[in-house]
Every structure is written in C-alpha cells, then in structure tokens.
Design a protein around this ligand. Sequence first.
Ligand SMILES: [Zn+2]
Ligand SMILES: [Zn+2]
Length: 236
Amino acid sequence: MAEFLTTNGTSYHIENVIIGAKLKLVLVSPYLQLSKTFFERLKDAANKGVQIKIIYGKDELKPNERNSLAELKNLELFFFENLHAKCYFNEREMVITSMNMYEFSEKNNREMGVFITKENDAKLFDKAIDETLSIMQSSELIGLSKTKRTLHQDRSNQTREKKRKKPTRGYCVRCEDRIPYDIRKPYCRDCFNIWFRYENPEYEENVCHGCGEFETTNMNKPVCYDCFTQYEVKTV
Ligand SMILES: [Zn+2]
Ligand SMILES: [Zn+2]
C-alpha cells in the first residue's frame, strides 16, 4: 500500500531512495540546486556504480555546480523546460511529491508526498516510470563537460564556434548567480547594490556574464571576448 508522507517523511524517503539505490536512480525535479549533503549522496551512489538520471527544468546551475556534476560517473542530465512534476525513484522505491530536490535537506516548507514500492504497488510504480520515460524522451540531454575555469587562458588556437543566439540566462559577474542575460545589467540585485555605492564601471570582477567562466570583467565589459563576438557583435 502507498504510504502518505508529510514534510519530514518526504525528506526521509527521498534521502533513502538515493542511499538505497543499487542499480538506478532517477530524480525528477524542476529546480536543481546542489546542497553539500545532496551532492555527497549523489557521489556515493555514483561510486557504487548506480546509473543516475536527473531531469530538471530551470537552468540555475552555476559553473562550479556543473563541474561538480561532471565529476560524477554514470550521470545523465536532462532538461525539460515545462517540467513541474517531482518524482524520485530507484529500482525498488519511489516518492511522488511536491518537494523539490534541493529541499530534502531543508524543512521550511509544508510538503506532501506518497511513498510506493515496486513490490507492493507494481502498477502504480510502472505507470510513474512510463510517464518519466515519456518526459525524458521530450527532454534535451545536457552535455556535462567541465568548464574551463582558468583565468586569462590563451584562446589563439581555439577554433571559434559559429555564432549562436543570445542566451536568455547569464551569470552575475561577481557572485555567479544565474540572472537574466543583459550586458547592461550584469550584476544580481544584491551585488548591484554594493557596486552602486562606488559606481566604478572599471571595478574588476572575475566572472563572464555570458558563459560564467573566470574572466576579468567589469560593468563596461561584462562578457569575455568569445561571448562578445558570439552574442553582441552584429553580423553585417
Ligand atoms: Zn551577484
Ligand atoms: Zn564568456
């Protein structure tokens, strides 16, 4: 029989689904943010040889978080923009809930969920897996190569990728938070307020607003050379 879960029970069972995975682990959650605990649990699972699939829908990953995920073996990341469902399962146990993935270690919100096992609720279990597979098939597989993260690297022998569409999401040039891409507003609200006290357009920052790589940037030049030529220079 399916078991009804409140906030605490939901956290508990999501964590157990991750810890208890022996073969596969599927995490479906719009928001993917990596708390330390969450990342460590994932890492343990990956090291045991568990095949991990994560489907998310809001692109909030910072370069460092992307790098952390790239370190994990057997992890596939899928992006589906209209995702609203939250569902977590391994080969035996499943939680369907209102709780986002990163919230399992926090307990501030009121959440509900149901816990089911393949053994006791085989039909329900299989239907949820079918629906997850259907979402996965409409999702975009996200490549998890490590970003470069080096300051002032030599780009002379790098082949230039062809011009791409301007991104919709950028990075705060100071704290790397994800913010809308707009080269006139390359700071998040908090960092902008601090910057605004001095209003120095040449004040040196270390993040490219476009790609999130380590680059020397400032208010006047918030993106790296590559991003500038790709997104900002008008083709004639
Ligand atoms: Zn910021
Ligand atoms: Zn860049």
